[in-house]
Design a protein around this ligand. Structure first.
Ligand code: DAH
Length: 345
């Protein structure tokens, strides 16, 4: 058979010209230079060529193979250069990069940090207590009587009995941070001044102002001769630093089993300056925290000598303060992880 070497070469050249990717190069190689390709077919047919023709046809076949191999290599290099040029142009170094989104402390953590650092400047240290507490620390040591409604399982999440053989010793999710007072009194000798921030739990139905979990900050200061005037002075300084110098304070008599006397602390509404508005419910005052002088029964439960020390205590709700400060009207929004809300702070 007579091979048309020129024709094969021209066709191959034209075909290769049209190739524009890696796949095309490989298909070309298989078709012409592969084990079952055209060049191989020509070499296989040499056996049937006459002896005098063989050298000429053999040389033509060799030339064709070399030619095809060299134009394939050329094309490969050319395509490689083009793609690297393209990537050079698509990478525009002057464009701004993709900024990674950086998180920040949650608004409740920011409020806790702010309050803690205000008290630290006043000489307090920050401590924490466990969220799983004993019934003793959460109630009994705080002089909360056995029939007090807050002990009811409608108001406290009980876990299993700590000691099944000893009825009544239950573990629970602390319903306030006040049990931290008992732990601190047992752990550190007076004089002491601590604040204890943390999560507390109550089985309340969730609505705009209730959550089954929220945050409180407890304060406790114990020394000889701590007076109610110390409590008033301390909390006045704190509230003025948090809400502004212009606010007025009101200490309203109240009852807490673990303090005597006790007071609820109000500040004049910083929105309407006491005139009455929707934030303060037209009252002109905002309730901020509970407070009082540590009850002798609490000292007794912690093993203190009778009458030697006095102390002041207070407890405030972090969500409430944050809501007042920023005009937030639904507690649930703190816990929904909605970035549109979280990013505002
Ligand atoms: N534990 C109280 C509550 O959850 C708040 C409180 C009131 C804490 C008076 C105190 C205090 O330390 O003296 O409602």
């Amino acid at each position: 058979m007579e091979w048309q070497f020129d024709k094969i070469e021209k066709e191959a050249q034209a075909e290769l010209e049209a190739v524009n990717g890696q796949g095309g190069l490989e298909a070309f190689r298989i078709k012409y230079l592969g084990r079952k390709g055209i060049v191989q077919e020509i070499f296989s047919s040499l056996g049937s060529v006459s002896a005098e023709e063989k050298p000429r046809v053999g040389k033509q076949a060799n030339d064709l193979r070399n030619k095809l191999a060299s134009i394939l290599e050329e094309k490969t290099l050319q395509l490689r250069a083009e793609t690297s040029k393209e990537t050079q142009y698509t990478l525009d170094h002057s464009l701004p990069g993709v900024a990674p989104s950086i998180g920040h402390a949650h608004i409740l953590s920011q409020t806790i940090d702010e309050i803690c650092s205000l008290f630290e400047k006043l000489g307090f240290t920050v401590q924490d207590g466990p969220e799983i507490e004993t019934e003793f620390n959460n109630f009994t040591a705080l002089n909360i009587p056995i029939d007090h409604p807050s002990r009811d399982s409608f108001d406290t999440f009980y876990l299993e009995a700590e000691d099944r053989s000893n009825k009544g010793r239950y573990l629970l999710l602390r319903s306030h941070t006040s049990p931290g007072q008992v732990r601190i009194l047992k752990q550190f000798p007076p004089p002491l001044a601590v604040i204890i921030p943390g999560k507390v739990y109550r089985p309340d139905a969730v609505d705009a102002s209730h959550s089954f979990m929220f945050h409180q900050i407890e304060g406790l200061l114990v020394d000889r001769d701590v007076k109610f005037s110390d409590l008033k002075g301390l909390l006045t300084v704190f509230c003025q630093r948090l809400f502004g110098k212009d606010i007025k304070m009101r200490f309203r008599p109240h009852f807490f089993p673990f303090t005597e006397p006790s007071a609820e602390v109000d500040i004049s509404c910083y929105i309407c300056k006491g005139k009455g508005c929707s934030v303060c419910g037209r009252k002109g005052w905002l309730e901020i925290m509970g407070s009082g002088m540590v009850h002798p029964k609490v000292f007794e439960a912690a093993g203190y000598p009778k009458g030697k020390y006095t102390g002041l205590a207070f407890g405030l709700g972090v969500e409430r303060i944050t809501m007042l400060k920023y005009g937030i009207n639904d507690i649930r929004i703190f816990f929904e992880n909605d970035k549109r809300f979280l990013e505002q702070f």
